[in-house]
Design a protein around this ligand. Structure first.
Ligand code: CA
Length: 746
């Protein structure tokens, strides 16, 4: 009856644990998250954020700044991907200043409120701005001081835009076309309707290239075209904003649907709090410090922002989407804004627990994207960018299927993947010819990321094999049954690393295990040694023994965090973050090595996993502006924490297993979509008592280092007893180890 309890009197406001400014103390050369105060709804189509950055680029909001120069609709996944569909509103008092660099108003963080559903700031000049978005709209309220003229600047951002002012209807309508995704360029328009409850005393247009202001003119189009309005002194202006990629008419339909019933901003904010609380309360944790509660719920919040819903409901309630892949409007749902390289390992395995229904729709949308693009998506923002490496759509599809989320045609998924894995044009699998003939992508001696690609392709091929196996598809099973072992072809037993291998079979020389780039991407040989998600036992076999393998794991933490920038030529932020973290070559600031602390579970030393995951959570995460040890990446880094703090993690998406680490909380109750509850108890847990002494699942002894997805979804209780010293005899056999292709059959 957890649902009833949560809405009864005294219900916890989980949103009060969340600060959306987590991770915002970031800059180009060093990331503590590279986030921004993303205000909105779970997986909302449009998010809203204050902007402090003085350029129209991805560096949106920096904790260190003391001026805000606008409030903008944002869709940013990562500053490195830029943003799209942005327009900005900025209230001003006294004098009209349009220029982005000039118009900023000073503020301090103690006069900001930054919650998932609501953002408020009072500037030193007396203006208060509040925002409360819905999934596709925003309700803003601006309270101007009694003295000084009350202006509002609407900025068309960095590309072409159009504005029209209708003083009679008290509306500003228009569109912006700023977008970077190559296949969507030229067809993209984010159309907006901005409706005011207060008459305009003055108005005009401007453009942000030369800051030319044209008073009393009602429309303008061109690069950076914008508008401005003036209201009476001391006005309190309520602003309703909706936008659409389909049409202005659709934006009006959406505004009516999402904001029609709300009279005030508080009502929208309360509704937002209700929606977020319903979600956040589905993982109810207790028995840790306030700081750990804040960190946990802030991570859980960010784990539920991306991917973004990318469809709009028409007047009859039917979902439609403008496709960022072919530029046309299609029936049905679409999801976008996610780099699967960042998220297949943590965010999707978490979402499969919390949101199986949405995941089912998502898997259909992946195949719709394939129909529209001709390729499976890989790094969408919102169209396909071709960012990073791997063909990880298949990881999502296989993981969903294995977990009973079977909303799609597996044959079609496998066919799409076959095309993906045996072709390369703009997208697909670069180096596929070598991969299929030599068994690895040959290194070009420069920076073709060949070894990282080989490893991730082999994992993806495992996922295809798994999906084919589960659906009795012998044809595709045969294709991938050998390739999924291709990791072996880039392992050099002499040095004990995965190395760059030339077309003639020789290893690239000279070899420097701390040299970044080249055959790797955003990492070095220490980071890519472990990318054998599908066959950790096979990797152990390459080392020859559990002892040799665990020594190498230990060495990750004890090898100094020195680096050779290699093909990057300079210190990229991921390198600086590894050094700063102070955990040797363990670079939690980026994805490749994040599963590595869990690999002790496969080699008879589960207590080292328990020790290290607790150290990583304690030392590298917090609830403040320095909350992350590197790019947060669409919920990727947050989902690692969310799962790990619960005491579980998904090393091998595509299987039903979640490995067991060491929970932060004494008690966690996960309420599943159907209302069942799965409880994780860590008896005697504390900062010192990080080691599992014994475990039961639903009252029966649990002598293995993993549980199944189906153990969770059936509801029940995992009960761990924690202590201050490792239980060295516990769960050390191969029967206790999680899934490996070369492990015991199960
Ligand atoms: Ca990253």
């Amino acid at each position: 009856m957890a649902v009833l309890a949560a809405i009864g009197t005294g219900a916890t406001d989980f949103t009060s644990y969340v600060d959306t400014r987590v991770g915002t103390r970031s800059e180009f050369s060093f990331s503590h998250g590279n986030t921004y105060p993303a205000t909105g709804r779970p997986f909302g189509m449009h998010l809203w954020s204050p902007q402090t950055g003085e350029k129209y680029d991805g560096w949106k909001y920096d904790w260190k700044a003391d001026r805000i120069n606008g409030f903008e609709q944002s869709h940013q996944c990562s500053p490195w991907a830029g943003d799209y569909g942005v327009f900005i509103l900025m209230p001003e008092t006294g004098k009209l200043v349009t220029d982005l660099k000039e118009r900023g108003a000073s503020f301090s963080h103690d006069r900001e409120t930054a919650r998932p559903q609501y953002y408020k700031v009072t500037f030193d000049n007396g203006i208060t701005t509040e925002m409360a978005p819905t999934e596709r709209c925003n309700f803003m309220k601006i309270s101007y001081p009694r003295s000084g003229k009350a202006y509002l600047v609407i900025d068309g951002y960095s590309a072409f835009s159009e504005v029209s002012i209708d003083p009679e209807r008290r509306e500003v309508t228009g569109w912006v076309d700023n977008i970077r995704a190559i296949n969507a360029k030229g067809t993209f328009k984010c159309r907006f309707v901005i409706r005011f409850d207060t008459p305009f005393e003055e108005y005009g247009v401007w453009e942000n290239q030369g800051n030319t202001v044209e008073p009393s003119v009602t429309s303008k189009s061109g690069k950076g075209a914008g508008a401005y309005l003036a209201f009476k002194k001391g006005a309190k202006v309520n602003i309703r904003i909706a936008s659409s990629y389909i049409s202005e008419e659709q934006a009006r339909v959406t505004m009516e649907k999402e904001l029609g019933t709300f009279k005030t901003l508080s009502e929208v904010a309360d509704d937002g709090a209700r929606v977020w609380n319903a979600l956040l309360s589905r993982v109810e944790v207790s028995g840790a410090t306030l700081e750990e509660m804040k960190t946990f719920y802030t991570c859980l919040w960010r784990s539920n922002l991306f991917s973004r819903i990318f469809y709009e409901n028409d007047a009859s309630g039917n979902p439609r989407h403008w496709s960022p892949y072919d530029g046309k409007v299609h029936d049905g749902k679409m999801f976008s804004d996610n780099g699967f390289w960042d998220t297949f390992r943590s965010q999707f395995p978490l979402s499969n627990i919390l949101h199986p229904t949405m995941q089912g729709e998502y898997m259909q949308a992946i195949l719709s994207a394939y129909d529209e693009l001709g390729w499976l998506p890989q790094w969408s923002s919102p169209g396909e960018t071709g960012g990073m490496i791997g063909n990880h759509s298949i990881s999502l599809l296989a993981d969903a299927w294995t977990k009973g989320i079977r909303t799609f045609d597996p044959e079609k998924a496998l066919k799409a993947y076959a095309h993906e894995s045996m072709n390369h044009d703009r997208f697909g699998r670069p180096g596929w010819q070598g991969y299929w003939t030599l068994g690895y992508v040959p290194f070009d001696g420069k920076r073709n990321e060949s070894t990282a690609k080989t490893l991730e392709f082999a994992y993806d091929d495992f996922c295809a094999w798994k999906l084919a196996d589960a659906t009795g598809n012998e044809f595709y099973k045969r294709i991938y049954s050998g390739a999924m072992y291709n990791y072996r072809n880039v392992f050099d037993p002499e040095t004990g690393f995965m190395r760059g291998r030339m077309e003639d079979g020789s290893w690239y020389e000279p070899f420097d295990p701390v040299e970044w780039g080249g055959p790797y991407v955003e990492g070095d040989a220490w980071h890519y040694l472990w990318s054998v998600f599908q066959d950790v036992q096979g990797l152990i076999n390459l080392f020859g023994s559990d002892e040799a393998f665990t020594e190498k794991l230990d060495a990750v933490f004890t090898t100094p965090p020195v680096m050779n920038p290699g093909s990057y030529r300079y210190v990229i932020h991921e390198m600086a973050e590894m050094e700063y973290a102070g955990m040797g070559q363990y670079a939690h600031g980026n994805q490749p090595i994040q599963h590595m602390p869990y690999l002790y579970l496969y080699a008879g030393q589960p207590w080292k996993t328990q020790y290290w995951v607790r150290e990583i959570m304690r030392r590298l995460y917090n609830s403040g502006p320095t909350g992350y040890p590197g790019d947060e990446d669409q919920g990727g880094m947050s989902s690692w924490y969310t799962l790990s703090a619960l005491g579980i993690y998904s090393v091998t998406p595509g299987t039903d297993q979640y490995v067991i680490g060491s929970p932060v909380f004494n008690k966690a109750v996960i309420t599943l979509e159907d209302g069942k509850e799965f409880t994780i108890i860590a008896e005697g847990n504390s900062r010192e008592n990080v080691y599992i002494q014994s475990a039961t699942l639903n009252g029966k002894p649990l002598e293995k280092n993993w549980i199944s997805y189906y153990d969770i979804t059936a509801g029940g209780e995992l009960h761990l007893v924690m202590g201050p010293s490792p239980a060295m005899g516990r769960c050390i056999s191969k029967d206790a180890a999680p899934f490996s292709l070369s492990g015991p059959a199960r």
